[in-house]
Design a protein around this ligand. Structure first.
Ligand SMILES: [Ca+2]
Ligand SMILES: [Ca+2]
Length: 361
């Protein structure tokens, strides 16, 4: 009898072994898919090189002798060798290995099978080295994909491993479709057409979470931001009228289809119900109501002067005003004093001294 400690070790060991086996099985499936891709690439390159070499050696004015020579070249081993040389990028290990391993098959096909089996992909990749399957089938035995090999996934998805010896044949559905067979619609879509083998999913009205038709009266359930009206149609919720305190101070609420947003009030307003200086709840400081619109107060043109110091001038601006010294005066210790001409000439002398070091040397 095993002690509980060694039982535990055994269990762990079994667990690890299972994981490794699962991982290897998964890798093998991936390998089967990539082997088919490699083979398809080889066939593609073969066909390209075949076309390229067909044009080769065709000059103008062929003599009968040249014609004979060329027709010989068409089916010659030399041409096959030229094609085979071009099948892989030198850096592609998988490709070069596959070509090397199956080189004699190319010769067989070239000399014996080409006429009867012109489709190299079918003859080589599917029937001979068995790394691919016919379209619509998958896996080691080329079984039909879910939904059948004619229209895998009923035309609404991708069959896992389609055309390769790998994969599991299950469907990855396209946008709008779901379910094992890609016949069901995801939320926000409805079946416009549906039978056992065909399904067409169309988008619901933007107000519906789920629906049975395209209009807002055919919603099963309204989307967030929408609600049912008396006619059972989904209509926009006006969040702004439902809850006037939704936005912060200095903002107004803007209702939108399915939602709302908060926008900043105009600078003229202290609170507002919409955009513009004519929708203010009150005017901001420095502004006054003129026929329903908050307008800047011109403090400078009031009956009482606002800039009271000597030699001071008033300049109006939006929401406020400035007191500045008149021309010929400058501010010193909060007073406007006459600008001294002497200062200007001293400054220019000083700058000359500073900017002329070369002259002094
Ligand atoms: Ca809304
Ligand atoms: Ca002003």
């Amino acid at each position: 009898m095993l002690s509980s400690g060694s039982e535990l070790r055994l269990l762990r060991l079994l667990f690890c072994a299972t994981l490794i086996l699962l991982f290897q099985a998964d890798e093998a499936k991936k390998d089967s898919k990539s082997a088919c891709n490699t083979c398809e690439q080889i066939v593609d390159n073969f066909n390209k090189a075949f076309d390229r070499t067909a044009k080769q050696n065709f000059g103008g004015g062929n003599t009968a002798w040249e014609e004979r020579k060329l027709s010989k070249y068409e089916t010659s081993e030399i041409r096959l060798m030229e094609i085979v040389e071009d099948l892989c990028e030198s850096s592609s290990f998988e490709c070069n290995r596959m070509v090397e391993e199956h080189e004699e098959h190319f010769e067989t096909w070239w000399f014996k099978k080409k006429t009867k089996h012109p489709d190299l992909h079918k003859w080589f990749c599917i029937d001979t080295i068995k790394v691919c399957c016919p379209k619509g089938t998958f896996g080691p035995d080329c079984n039909a994909c879910v939904g059948g090999s004619e229209t895998p996934c009923h035309g609404n998805g991708q069959c896992d491993g389609d055309g390769t010896r790998g994969g599991n044949g299950k469907c990855r559905c396209d946008q709008a479709y779901k379910g094992d067979f890609c016949l069901d619609c995801i939320d926000g879509y409805f079946n416009e057409v549906r039978n056992d083998t065909y399904s067409l999913c169309t988008e619901c009205h933007l107000s519906c979470k789920t629906c049975t038709g395209a209009t807002n009266q055919e919603c099963d359930e309204c989307k967030e931001g929408w609600e049912e009206d008396e006619q059972e149609a989904c209509v926009d919720v006006n969040e702004c009228t439902n809850d006037p305190s939704l936005c912060r101070e200095g903002q107004y609420c803007l209702n939108t289809e399915g939602s709302y947003s908060c926008k900043a009030c105009d600078i003229e307003c202290a609170g507002c119900s919409g955009p513009g200086s004519d929708q203010c709840q009150a005017c901001a400081s420095g502004y006054q109501d003129v026929k329903g619109t908050c307008t800047d107060i011109d403090e400078c043109s009031g009956s009482e002067p606002v800039c009271t110091k000597e030699h001071q001038e008033c300049i109006n601006n939006k929401g406020s005003y400035l007191c500045v010294c008149s021309s010929g005066y400058e501010e010193r210790d909060r007073e406007c004093v006459q600008t001294q001409q002497q200062d200007a000439s001293e400054e220019s002398e000083a700058s000359q001294t500073i900017s002329g070091p070369h002259g002094e040397l």
